[in-house]
Design a protein around this ligand. Structure first.
Ligand SMILES: [Zn+2]
Length: 85
């Protein structure tokens, strides 16, 4: 029995006898995946650059909503204290 509907990966779990033991066949691609289909799937996998904003205290470029690693400030308040400062 085969699953109804289109799928390139039909799952057939009919036990098959290999030697004397019944073995379940694992899912296997029915046909080669074309370059176009592979490309369509990967169209959304591109990486995006991290957005950076200026620290309001020291002006360093930091990721938004994070404590500034340069001066330790977050939203105008000192959060981290430098070790040798
Ligand atoms: Zn800063």
């Amino acid at each position: 029995m085969r699953a109804v509907g289109f799928s390139p990966f039909p799952v057939d779990r009919t036990p098959v006898r290999v030697g004397s033991d019944p073995v379940t066949i694992m899912a296997n691609p029915k046909r080669k995946l074309s370059r176009a289909s592979k490309g369509h799937r990967r169209a959304h996998l591109a990486l995006t650059r991290a957005q950076l904003v200026r620290c309001t205290h020291c002006g360093a470029m930091i990721r938004p909503h994070t404590v500034c690693k340069a001066c330790g400030h977050y939203r105008g308040r000192q959060i981290l204290v430098a070790e040798n400062g």
